[in-house]
Design a protein around this ligand. Structure first.
Ligand code: LLP
Length: 471
């Protein structure tokens, strides 16, 4: 993380501020994935956290809590950091795709599209969101290890590229596209690359449910030669998520170029390579992911070197980051409620959300940092465990958090909640999903409305016989 000069001695939440210029066009701006708080975060005269020029406590008073607060400047800056580094380091064409599984909604899709990004979608629902946001089909790539026939038909209709994952899908597509020409497909293979991250989010190793096994490369290429209705544009691989090493991505570029060259030799019209996503972010000050710029440079140089050695033209290079684009651009604000002291063991303080708006701690054991938004300069002298409100002992957002003394009604923000929080939210315990606001230059706009109790009943149907018992 980018630390302020006082870090190490600063025992307050101020230590988490990026403390740096927030101009999205400033090439020297900090890499967005290395900060805990959004770039525009600052502390105002009332000692309250401000994001995008909006006072977080006031936002909670206005929009309620829990509340996702998304900083437009940080998101646009992250997009530009990817874009500008590609421009600087890649000599061929390129396309950055936003992995919308990290957080898919119309406003986010619209922002990334306006920054020139395309979208990786992984279901008809995400595809529909991309289309509704006006994303052009040439910039949409559909993934998935078990796409339904409906999803494939929808993708063909839309005209996006389908990333074929397995034999069954290839056969189904050959059939569905039989009366068409040039349906664009990309091939996903498992590269056999191990990386260090949580086992649930590793995808590059051979024993993965995603992608063709590399041994089937010849067979797949032959099948495509015999399927003129499908136009194979190239190869895709994704090795995992929340990765801090650069080496596995460098290794991946070599493997992708080898497959690509083989497909070229087999006479397929390939022109694209997609290296997936996976760059990690900082969730605590102890984590040090590489900069976006470093990751992009490694990927660009890897592909360029491998192409030079193989003596082939540069492909269009694609990547599809999710977490590193949006993870640190957002915080979740909660209201502090009850507390419980277990003498000699710990103090719990409970907030008005939890595992239904952030499933990552209970799912992956992920760590987060928090601050009391209305007490940013008060030393964090208490160790407390921040509990959610769900009927489940494991619903703990942060164990042993360092915070200043808090009271019911205080606003607690959890940092770095932009990726895989809202997108994995549930209605567990019939709790409505929170609202999300987009903040920029002192303006806050709702981008996702808070669910109502009536929304929770939207899908409920009551069979008549339960209402009118038989005589
Ligand atoms: N491309 C593909 C094919 C993917 O499967 C993923 C993530 C990405 C790109 C984007 O990866 P990123 O840049 O965000 O690391 N729910 C988990 C993460 C699951 C990641 C799934 N695939 C979590 O909360 O950590």
């Amino acid at each position: 993380m980018v630390v302020s000069p006082s870090a190490g001695v600063d025992n307050t939440a101020r230590q988490y501020l990026a403390n740096l210029p927030a101009d999205p066009n400033d090439a020297n701006a900090p890499s967005v994935n290395q900060n805990l708080l959004p770039l525009t975060a600052k502390v105002n005269d009332r000692d309250t956290l401000e994001i995008g020029g909006c006072d977080v406590a006031t936002l909670v008073a206005q929009f309620g809590s829990p509340l996702f607060i998304l900083d437009e400047t940080s998101l646009r800056t992250a997009c530009r950091q990817y874009y500008q580094t590609f421009q600087q380091h890649y000599e061929g064409p390129f396309q950055i795709l936003y992995a919308s599984k990290a957080w898919s909604c119309l406003a986010i899709a619209t922002i990334v599209a306006s920054e020139g990004l395309g979208m990786d979608v992984v279901s008809a629902g995400e595809l529909h969101t991309a289309v509704q946001a006006g994303m052009v089909p040439e910039k949409i790539y559909l993934h998935g290890n078990n796409k339904s026939q409906l999803e494939l038909e929808y993708a063909i209709e839309v005209g996006c590229t389908i990333v074929v994952d397995n034999w069954w899908e290839l056969r189904t597509l050959q059939e569905l596209a039989r009366d068409r020409e040039n349906v664009p497909v990309m091939l996903r293979f498992t590269p056999g690359i191990e990386c260090h991250t949580h086992e649930y989010i590793r995808t590059g190793h051979i024993d993965s449910k995603f992608g063709f096994d590399p041994d089937s490369l010849d067979g797949v290429l032959q099948a495509l030669q015999e399927a003129p209705q499908l136009r194979c544009v190239g190869f895709h691989a994704h090795i995992g998520s929340q990765i801090f090493e650069l080496q596995p991505h460098q290794d991946l570029t070599k493997i992708l170029v080898q497959w690509y060259q083989k497909a070229q030799q087999a006479g397929l019209p390939v022109s694209e390579i997609n290296v997936g996503g996976g760059l990690g972010i900082c969730h605590t000050e102890a984590e040090h992911p590489p900069k976006i710029q470093q990751w992009v440079q490694v990927v660009c140089e890897g592909i360029q070197n491998a192409c030079r050695e193989a003596n082939i033209d540069l492909p269009k290079l694609l990547c599809e980051p999710g977490r590193s684009l949006i993870g640190t651009t957002c915080v979740t604000a909660y209201t502090v409620g009850s507390s419980k002291e277990v003498p000699g063991i710990r103090k719990y303080i409970a907030v008005d959300g939890g595992m239904s708006d952030n499933a990552r701690p209970i799912t992956y054991g992920s760590e987060y940092r928090a601050a009391i938004a209305n007490r940013m300069s008060v030393p964090a002298n208490e160790t407390v465990t921040i509990a959610g409100k769900h009927c489940e002992s494991g619903d703990i957002l942060i164990a042993d958090a360092r915070l200043p003394a808090s009271e019911p009604g205080d606003v607690l923000v959890v940092m770095g909640t932009g990726a895989y929080n809202y997108s994995m939210a549930s209605n567990y315990n019939r709790i409505p999903r929170p609202a999300a606001v987009l903040v920029n230059n002192g303006e806050a706009n709702t981008i996702l409305q808070r669910e109502t109790y009536q929304d929770l009943l939207r899908q409920d149907r009551l069979p008549q016989r339960l209402i009118a018992p038989s005589q």
